[in-house]
Design a protein around this ligand. Structure first.
Ligand SMILES: Cc1cc2nc3c(=O)[nH]c(=O)nc-3n(C[C@H](O)[C@H](O)[C@H](O)COP(=O)(O)O)c2cc1C
Length: 209
């Protein structure tokens, strides 16, 4: 059996949002199952496990989503001017057609309802749980030597319709997943001068903000 090669801190350090580095090579079923298993092992409010994973390999669905994303990229680009517009023009925001597999991760607020333990005061706790599943998937994929790219340039109703989500289930992420040629050591947005990572000290507070 192939063993994951990276330790936890190494995977956290090496994880990148991947857009341009997908090789499109096939992915081992056992590896995919481990990565999805890691996502499904995430903590969740009231043990609701409100996520589902829609695996998309149908090229027609992927092409249709890609066209939609290209349109939404244009919408954002049109809101920029000057330096921002120039820099954004250089930045790739998705690898939808290049990655081996797409995974739509969804949130079902009705799972475990009506008495979701811990969600009565904070409705968003359900969404937080889905994001933790996504981060688990992202880190496990990195440990397996795979890349993940989160695409959020879409309108929820479009994606819901495209992959047939039941009423009330929200799409949270379209993830591009698969083998990569390499992982960059610096985030793309930093490499393109869009924004730099903040030092930990700048976001740390003691007792009160
Ligand atoms: C909620 C969320 C949505 C994101 N949406 C996109 C996206 O639509 N396109 C993209 O290229 N990157 C997207 N990203 C990736 C971020 O740009 C990336 O995480 C950030 O620039 C830091 O880079 P790193 O993940 O390589 O460390 C998203 C990340 C998150 C957490």
């Amino acid at each position: 059996m192939h063993e994951p090669v990276l330790g936890l801190y190494e995977a956290i350090e090496r994880r990148r949002d991947v857009r341009a580095e997908f090789s499109g090579a096939p992915m081992d079923d056992a590896v995919l199952e481990r990565v999805l298993g890691a996502a499904h092992a995430a903590p969740s409010v009231g043990l609701s496990q409100p996520w589902d994973f829609v695996l998309v390999d149908d090229p027609r669905i992927r092409r249709s989503f890609h066209e939609h994303v290209v349109g939404e990229r244009r919408v954002f680009a049109d809101s920029l001017d000057g330096d921002r517009a120039e820099r954004f023009a250089e930045i790739k925001v998705e690898g939808i057609l290049d990655s081996t597999l797409s995974v739509v991760v969804t949130y079902d607020p009705s799972r475990g309802a009506p008495s979701v333990l811990g969600r009565h005061a904070i409705a968003d706790a359900g969404l937080y749980s889905v994001c933790l599943a996504i981060e688990n998937l992202w880190l496990a994929a990195t440990a397996e030597g795979l890349g993940v790219g989160w695409v959020s340039f879409y309108r929820e109703p479009f994606l819901s319709e495209l992959v047939g989500l039941p009423e009330g289930v929200r799409p949270v992420a379209w993830l591009c997943l698969g083998p990569v040629t390499h992982l960059e050591s610096v985030p793309d947005l930093e490499r393109h001068g869009w924004r730099r990572r903040l030092p930990l000290a700048s976001v740390l507070h003691r007792n009160r903000w």
